[in-house]
Design a binder for this molecule. Structure first.
Ligand SMILES: Cc1ncc(C[n+]2csc(CCOP(=O)(O)OP(=O)(O)O)c2C)c(N)n1
Ligand code: SF4
Ligand SMILES: [Mg+2]
Length: 292
């Protein structure tokens, strides 16, 4: 006899983060934004990478999936293409997204699927005790390489449609960016990429330093997020001055992946009935064609 699911099956876990971790603010803001935007749990899927940040997936009441380290984006794109009616969010860390998963990030900028990707950047591998990540500065744990800037990376793709960077220490602005990201994907405009500066208080406490260095482009009347060239130039100038730009970095229009490859006349894979006669017929035809 199979054991029926207990009520705990559908009850989210409590966060396991250290007291003061920036990821608490990210989760709080995400929950508030989803509620404000009217996204019900049964219309939401949250997929996560491996890391402290990735455990956010255990804490929300919605469909979820914990991907292999670095593989959250292909799994998220697959979920969106299987059921475009869902709001599909990927979440993870800077190690997951910019080291082992960097190739997938590049191709997601290139293909522009309507998914949200939240990277909680703490400039280290928190879960495995603070090793240098691709965003760590020179000198951190003998790191000899300049930190990767995901906004500059995103700007270099002509297919990029949404780039933003928030700070867990500025929850109001983070909420505005989160809502804009949800709106972007809900209206099928493509990939909404949101990096959040989310300090790791245990292994690399950057909270005060980042608070002093952030520069809010949303408050700069001369900053134009629709102009790729001037955005690129401003970001480089700010970096040279020691600032970290936050805010709505870039917005543009480009056809989304699902608008190009999904045939709306057909039933989406996740909505097809399993065992349906047509399904069986196609399966038999496929097997016959390939196995004789
Ligand atoms: C294939 C594979 N390689 C390495 C690891 C070990 N590992 C687990 S989490 C992680 C990095 C976590 O850093 P990040 O993605 O920045 O997340 P954070 O913990 O900082 O939130 C690594 C290297 C793993 N789980 N799987
Ligand atoms: S180790 Fe760092 S990233 Fe992980 S939960 Fe603790 S403070 Fe957060
Ligand atoms: Mg990290």
């Amino acid at each position: 006899m199979t054991t029926p699911p207990s009520t705990k099956t559908f009850t989210p876990a409590r966060p396991i983060w250290c007291a003061g971790c920036g990821d608490f603010a990210v989760q709080g803001v995400l929950e508030k934004s989803l509620s404000k935007m009217g996204i019900p749990p049964h219309k939401l899927m949250l997929l996560a990478g491996i890391g402290c940040s990735g455990t956010i997936q255990n804490n929300l009441k919605c469909y979820g999936y914990h991907a292999l380290h670095g593989r959250v984006l292909p799994a998220t794109i697959g979920a969106k293409l299987a059921n475009p009616d869902l709001t599909v969010i990927a979440a993870g860390g800077d190690g997951d997204g910019f080291a082992i998963g960097a190739g997938h990030l590049v191709h997601t900028f290139k293909s522009n699927p309507s998914i949200i990707y939240i990277v909680m950047n703490n400039s280290n591998y928190g879960l495995t005790k603070g090793q240098a990540s691709p965003t760590s500065p020179i000198g951190y744990h003998d790191n000899a390489e300049m930190g990767l800037d995901s906004m500059l990376l995103g700007l270099s793709f002509l297919s990029t449609t949404f780039l933003a960077r928030g700070f867990s220490g500025n929850p109001d602005q983070l909420g505005q960016l989160m809502e804009a990201a949800i709106e972007h994907t809900e209206s099928g405009k493509g990939f909404a990429f949101l990096e959040v500066l989310s300090p790791c208080v245990t292994y690399y406490d950057t909270h005060r330093e980042w608070r002093a260095r952030v520069y809010n482009v949303d408050e700069d009347k001369n900053y134009d997020p629709t102009n790729r060239a001037s955005s690129f130039q401003k970001l480089i100038e700010l970096k040279d001055e020691g600032h970290i730009p936050i805010g709505r970095i870039f917005k543009a229009e480009h056809a989304s992946l699902e608008s190009i490859i999904i045939n709306k006349e057909e039933t989406f894979p996740a909505q097809q009935e399993i065992g349906h006669d047509d399904h069986r017929k196609h399966y038999d035809q496929f097997m016959k064609a390939h196995l004789g």
